[in-house]
Design a protein around this ligand. Structure first.
Ligand code: UGA
Length: 461
């Protein structure tokens, strides 16, 4: 099929590349000429494992090209994806001005040639945006133009977006007609066949066809539920700290129940990134605007913000005076396998350490350059060991795999004092104490090396 994707941000570029890989012909459009130039030069403006190679392969095969013209894409393609940004505003609501601008531009360029174009809303939007897009196009298009607006929410995770695209649990489309449902089915057929599962065909994603408003709601309801699961387990972690329980064991025991499942029960510094914080706030505002009080989501947000504060209190308890101390920070990205630092806990932690007057040494395999622009005073290091040199304490902020397998004895020898404060529970407590560390983690009792007195009255856990 001939498909245009408007917006070459994260969602647009991954979607376009994967659709090209599945055999379709893609035109990727962006109104930023520098971005188009960069992409034409074979460079990818985002960090996503496997994406650069896949773009190159599909460009070389003639299935993918880059353009600055929405007008051209609207005229030439049978299907148009809208994948532009919907940034959060201060009041929590989403700014839909990019969606409106693209809708208007599409409207004036749709041909009245008897073909029925499918306009797919891919950006995460409030319920009823599809209806707005439809009205906006109806107002701006010439007489005789035929089109339909479809909602097709994305469920891609940064860092594993390509895997998620080809092996999804489900594909959701919100449509108004059989015609649109059939067109979307044709588009996703290679994926629905289960061709990309191992072995091919061993699994097939669920295919859900619904109305546009329900599809829009599925996206927000799913993200908010996952955020709720994280805040729920973090609340249980707080109870563990007060009662002597171990959150890792509690989460494992809960996750073994098929009705609950083990995913998204990792306690720690809470969620960040460009999706959950924005989407939870937006969904709450959508509910409020519709006359419903979604109080649970307020709690979800408060618990999440509280996790960062809790971590700072642990640093204070462990170090006592933070001013003048050398603190090593491992992990800056909001999660592993990405260079994305939007709403990353590391930003709040660095700002606080800086305010306290700590000397900060940091290491992240992918996000260092992004953070350097915001915190130029931090010493950025080439490895975790270099970051740990002469440090009074080491903080684990993002759970990159390479941190799990650090040589703890070597780490201890590098540091001035043996203190680890782990915001992601990546270490096994006996292994760290064995290497000579005092170890503070989330939702587990603090542990100390043999022979080191447990200070009476310490409230750290
Ligand atoms: C999330 C959803 O998982 C995707 O399905 C969705 O498409 C995407 O948002 C979006 O709306 O575009 P993403 O933000 O890339 O994807 O990252 P996740 O892997 O879901 O992690 C989100 C945050 O939750 C991270 O900060 C992570 O550290 C945190 N998290 C995750 C936990 O604290 N505990 C967990 O058990 C799981």
């Amino acid at each position: 099929m001939r498909v245009g994707v408007i917006g070459t941000g994260y969602v647009g570029l991954v979607t376009a590349t994967c659709l090209a890989e599945a055999g379709h012909h893609l035109t990727c459009v962006d109104n930023d000429p520098r971005k188009i130039q960069t992409l034409r030069e074979g460079k990818i403006p985002i960090y996503e494992p496997g994406l650069e190679e896949m773009v190159a392969r599909n460009v070389a095969a003639g299935r993918m090209r880059f353009s600055g013209s929405t007008a051209e894409a609207a005229a030439e393609n049978e299907m148009l994806f809208i994948a532009v940004g919907t940034p959060g505003r201060d009041d929590g609501t989403a700014d839909l001005s990019f969606i409106e601008a693209v809708s208007r531009e599409i409207a004036t360029n749709l041909p009245a040639d008897g073909t029925r174009k499918i306009i797919v809303e891919k950006s995460t939007v409030p319920v009823s945006t599809g209806d707005r897009v439809k009205r906006s196009i109806q107002r701006g298009c010439r007489p005789g133009v035929q089109f339909e607006v479809v909602s097709n929410p994305e469920f891609l995770r940064e860092g594993s977006a390509i895997h998620d695209f080809f092996r999804p649990d489900r594909i959701v489309v919100g449509v108004e007609s059989e015609f649109a449902a059939a067109a979307m089915r044709r588009l996703y057929e290679p994926i629905l066949e289960g061709r990309y599962f191992d072995p091919p065909g061993s699994r097939r994603p669920a295919w859900l066809v619904t109305d546009v408003a329900s599809a829009e709601l599925i996206k927000h309801a799913s993200n908010s539920f996952l955020a709720l699961k994280i805040s729920y387990i973090n609340s249980i972690a707080a109870i563990c700290e007060l009662t002597g329980g171990n959150i890792e064991h509690v989460a494992e025991g809960m996750g073994l129940d098929n009705r609950i499942g083990p995913q998204f029960l990792r306690a720690g510094l809470g969620y960040g990134g460009s999706c959950f914080p924005k989407d939870v706030a937006a969904f709450r505002e959508i509910a409020r605007a519709a006359g419903a009080d979604f109080g649970i989501l307020k709690e979800v947000m408060e618990v999440n913000a509280g996790q960062r504060k809790k971590f700072l209190r642990k640093i204070e308890e462990a170090l006592w005076v933070v001013k003048g101390k050398t603190v090593a920070v491992l992990g800056l990205a909001f999660k592993p396998h990405t260079d994305d630092i939007r709403e990353a806990p590391a930003l709040d932690i660095l700002a606080w350490l800086d305010k306290q007057g700590a000397h900060i040494r940091a290491y992240d395999p992918a996000a260092q350059e992004n953070v350097r622009k915001l915190f130029p005073g931090v010493a950025y290091c080439a490895s975790p060991y270099q970051a740990a040199e002469q440090a009074d304490a080491l903080l684990v902020v993002t759970e990159w795999d390479e941190f799990r397998y650090l040589d703890l004895k070597r780490l201890r020898e590098t540091m001035k004092h043996g203190i680890i404060i782990d915001g992601r529970n990546i270490f096994d407590p006996p292994a760290v104490t064995e290497a000579g560390f005092e170890y503070f983690s989330m939702g587990r009792p603090p542990v100390r090396p043999a022979g080191m007195e447990q200070s009476s009255g310490s409230s750290v856990s």
